[in-house]
Design a binder for this molecule. Structure first.
Ligand code: ADP
Length: 190
């Protein structure tokens, strides 16, 4: 099985590119953001716990997302691999992922990191807010907190995966098609 990690700041275009990636390489798309939003929509206990944190632009506890991911690994069949989108987001989650995969003799295949400049993050999220209506996109201070959380907790993963020789950066500035081509050129190597 292949395990690709789709990495990048909020608004980098991960969700947009994920659709084409899973189709082209027969992967299962696992977006922790989407999984959490459907728990909230279904009104589950987990959703109730996550709602306030997400709407404040904070992260939900590591154990919660780790559990969601591991249960998908166990139940999803008939794919050539997984595309992890929004996970791992902390060093602890990355270590938990290595352990989970290690238990079945698997490992992370590659990290595909879509990078855009900070000033573009706000611009793209402002635009998305007018289209998708996500609660965590609507307030500037929540978006600012997500960007801060990204820099503090998630960006250290760049070094973590660089040291593991798995980090690959893609320029996320350009049209959707241009960025997709760059990603496919990289993924074809694996
Ligand atoms: P974006 O990439 O635009 O920030 P996501 O849809 O990936 O949005 O995530 C939305 C929110 O869900 C995050 O701000 C966070 O609160 C929560 N979340 C998603 N993935 C994780 C994770 N791996 N660990 C902790 N919290 C997460």
């Amino acid at each position: 099985m292949k395990y690709f990690i789709l990495f990048g700041p909020p608004g980098a275009g991960k969700g947009t590119q994920a659709t084409a990636m899973v189709e082209n390489y027969h992967l299962c798309h696992l977006s922790t953001g989407e999984l959490l939003r459907s728990e909230i929509a279904a009104g589950t206990q987990l959703g109730l716990q996550a709602k306030a944190l997400i709407e404040a632009g904070s992260l939900v506890p590591d154990e919660v997302v780790e559990g969601m991911i591991e249960s998908k690994f166990k139940t999803v069949k008939g794919v050539e691999g997984f595309l992890l989108d929004g996970f791992p987001r902390t060093i602890a989650q990355a270590q938990a992922l290595d352990e989970m995969l290690g238990r079945s003799g698997e490992e992370v295949t590659s990290v595909v990191s879509i990078m855009i400049p900070d000033e573009m993050i706000m611009e793209r999220i402002r635009h998305r807010a007018t289209i998708e209506g996500r609660a965590d996109d609507a307030k500037e201070e929540v978006v600012a907190n997500r960007i801060r959380t990204y820099h503090d907790k998630t960006e250290p993963l760049v070094d973590f995966y660089r040291k593991a020789g798995k980090y690959n950066e893609i320029d996320g500035v350009g049209t959707i098609e241009e960025v997709r081509e760059r990603i496919f050129t990289l993924m074809n190597k694996f």
